[in-house]
Write a protein that binds this ligand. Sequence first.
Ligand code: NAD
Length: 503
Amino acid sequence: MSPSSLPLSQEIALPNGVKYTQPLGLFINNEFVPAKSGNRVETINPATEEPICEVHAAGAADVDAAVDAARAAFPKWKRVSGAERGALMQRLVRLIYEERDLLSAIDALDAGKPRLKNVMNDVEESLSVFSYYAGWADKLTGKAIECSPDKFAYTRHEPYGVCGQIVPWNYPLGMASWKIAPAVAAGNVIVLKTSEVTPLSMLYFGKLVQKAGFPPGVINIISGFGRDAGAALAAHMDVDKIAFTGSTLTGRAVMKAAAESNMKAVTLECGGKSPNLVFADSDFEQAVKWSLFGIMYNMGQVCSATSRIYVEETIYDKFVEAIKQESLATARIGDPFDDSVEHGPQVNEAQYKKVLRYIEIGKKEGARLILGGGTPAATTKGYYVEPTIFADVTEDMTIMKEEIFGPVVCISKFSTEKEAIRKANNSEYGLGAAVFTTNLNRAHRVAAEIESGTVWINSSNDCDVNLPFGGFKQSGIGSELGEYGINTYTQVKAVHVNLGTRL
Ligand code: NAD
């Protein structure tokens, strides 16, 4: 098929027997349009390794068209009242809810995420993020500031204008919702580029945007490769802010492109290698369960996965054995459309090979393999990797330092609180951290000492829409979610009012 002959939609039969119409075009100005670039990207079902379909892939001219559409929509959109913006977002919430079965099935197919035990949580996340920020849309007020008897001032929280947004593949709906909802609630217009690995659910989401009645150009969603569409968006002279989620390496390139173009505002949510400290005084059973969840959920493809577990030496052997047994007892690996399954394949062949390569490095460098270490014996196709546990991992080992982004955890021991904190902070990243202890003083003392944007006390990776999520160090700049998250989509203006000073 030549690029121009790629249709704008295609019937897809899902493994659960449901058939639906998948949009394939770029969603610009509330319409699905072909890519001027003539480029396309093929998406693969990671559970079967078979192609699903191809979608239109944006090039620089398509990014221009999407940015132009957004720019044209901005003057009207920023004057729409907050209450009305919120009401439109609530309409979208209802539509997402009505289409939850289909949306969850699309990402089960496209990303290999178990439909019920994983993607349904993304859908719920999307619902809660849009509802939450719909509520904020009419509450973005500034402050009145008295400066002197002759002067007061007030601040206005104004939208940036056109926001470029770039998202990864690990939570196609979730990460996009984290970006779109606060941006449009605050009166911005957006061009969101999805990951070339998982373009399908957000294209379908475009249909819901249309149906909800958003004005054309407010929400534009484009598929495309990072090197073309992503780079063009980050370097665009008419984009006022760029919000990025993905690897630290790409985040650096996005920041550079922003600096070298029009110095647009930048927020970055990047990689992580998050620590998990388990003290001997913790609730042992809960620490084991949360520790396993904190690394294995979403097949380990979680930026804040607590992938380095440090355990107090007096309970170290017991913990290592218990987490292995917990994994053996609970991990259900298999078809993402089997509703009892919680562990599907890695998202694609590149990630699958990368994770297996790290496992080999771990073995070679002398880490003790406790569980897993390869492809599950029962699978003959699909990019499946077993939940893998390494113990006695030292600080200098590659698997302890680098982000693997797979179901692989490193366990090591510590003898004092000071040593635990030192090891926790021994990373270029600073995204999340978990602390397990029943000692109240220790819990807060350690939380204060850890260099990361989030610390979970007695849990791991239970994000909350009310709370900011962002990285310290090379894990990012700025926060998403909560009030802090919407603040990153406004710029503050001070208006000085002279009440009488005469020159
Ligand atoms: P990635 O950096 O390869 O890609 C992310 C996005 O950037 C994709 O849409 C890609 O097309 C685009 N991109 C690639 N090169 C680009 C360029 N030069 N200019 C502009 N855009 C470009 O990351 P990934 O493999 O999709 O996702 C995994 C990474 O994302 C992990 O490192 C993970 O930790 C991180 N992540 C972070 C968070 C967070 O909130 N901190 C959340 C999810 C994932």
